[in-house]
Design a protein around this ligand. Structure first.
Ligand SMILES: C[S@@+](CC[C@H](N)C(=O)[O-])C[C@H]1O[C@@H](n2cnc3c(N)ncnc32)[C@H](O)[C@@H]1O
Length: 260
């Protein structure tokens, strides 16, 4: 997710367009650059209108920008494509939980009697890029506390559907899957963008993705995360990568081919 680095203003607090937590070279990030300042001006105006924070929750389409809405519609579209397929849902890199909890709520709505659960993986330390990716993304960006996310999940009685796993996604998946060997997924969402993380995730999630299931990629072919494109090229060459014409990110997805 490149829209913004961390949390911005809370309700009632005015904010400017936030600093970006990533490097721009002016390819993909340039396409809608002219909309950025007017968008944030509008956010400022809304935050100054005195709405009750509960209004922002209950009437969210009145406030949320179309770009954010498009992202959630893409998650819905991809989720719908996996309905009826066996497996859980995994998200690698959960941050504040918006995508993870979107999937948990879709599961509640569309699979009321299935055992499908959403497993969110994160080390809850934010992004800490290696030296070779330090120029791309800010150290410490996208930090969120595990405790607050757990509390958010509990407050919505989602803790039987949404499970959090605190681990380093650049190295800890083999030990995790040794312990929970039965886990199989129908949908895996990668949202870290860092080469080592994406590489390790594809290595260990791909074999656990049900054929016909979907690997959803937030950053492929995006200038802010070349490591994601590189890892996909290395580990999954020659597969069709589709995209959504109505959203900027996720940038792509792969339907795992059937064997034979
Ligand atoms: C871009 S944010 C995820 C955004 C989220 N999917 C969403 O839709 O709002 C990236 C997340 O990856 C996590 N992360 C970065 N490196 C990691 C690593 N080595 N292991 C586990 N999590 C990592 C960060 O803590 C952060 O929460």
């Amino acid at each position: 997710m490149t829209q913004a680095k961390n949390s911005h203003a809370s309700a009632g607090q005015l904010s400017q367009a936030p600093e970006r937590g990533y490097r721009r070279i002016g390819f993909e990030t340039r396409k809608f650059e002219q909309r950025r300042e007017p968008y944030w001006q509008g956010v400022n105006e809304i935050l100054g209108m005195g709405y009750d924070p509960a209004d922002l929750i209950h009437h969210f389409p009145a406030f949320t920008g179309h770009v954010a809405l498009g992202r959630f519609l893409a998650l819905y579209e991809v989720y719908k494509q996996t309905l009826g397929l066996m497996g859980h849902i995994a998200e690698a890199g959960v941050f504040k939980g918006s995508s993870m909890l979107m999937f948990a709520k879709l599961t509640k709505l569309f699979e009321p009697e299935s055992l499908t659960q959403v497993h969110g993986f994160d080390w809850f330390k934010g992004n800490h890029p290696d030296d070779n990716e330090k120029h791309l993304v800010d150290d410490n960006s996208y930090f969120e506390s595990k405790e607050r996310l757990e509390a958010l999940i509990k407050a919505q009685q989602l803790d039987n559907v949404a499970m959090l796993h605190e681990l380093d996604l650049s190295k800890d998946l083999p030990a995790f899957f040794d312990q929970y060997a039965h886990l199989q997924f129908k949908l895996v969402f990668l949202d870290c963008g860092l080469y080592k993380v994406v590489h390790h995730c594809i290595e260990h999630f791909w074999e656990r993705l049900t054929p016909g299931g979907i690997l959803l990629l937030d950053n492929i072919n995006h200038e802010t995360a070349p490591g994601e494109t590189q890892a996909v090229r290395e580990l999954l060459p020659g597969l069709q990568i589709r995209t959504f014409p109505f959203t900027q990110q996720p940038t792509g997805y792969i339907v795992k081919p059937m064997v034979g």
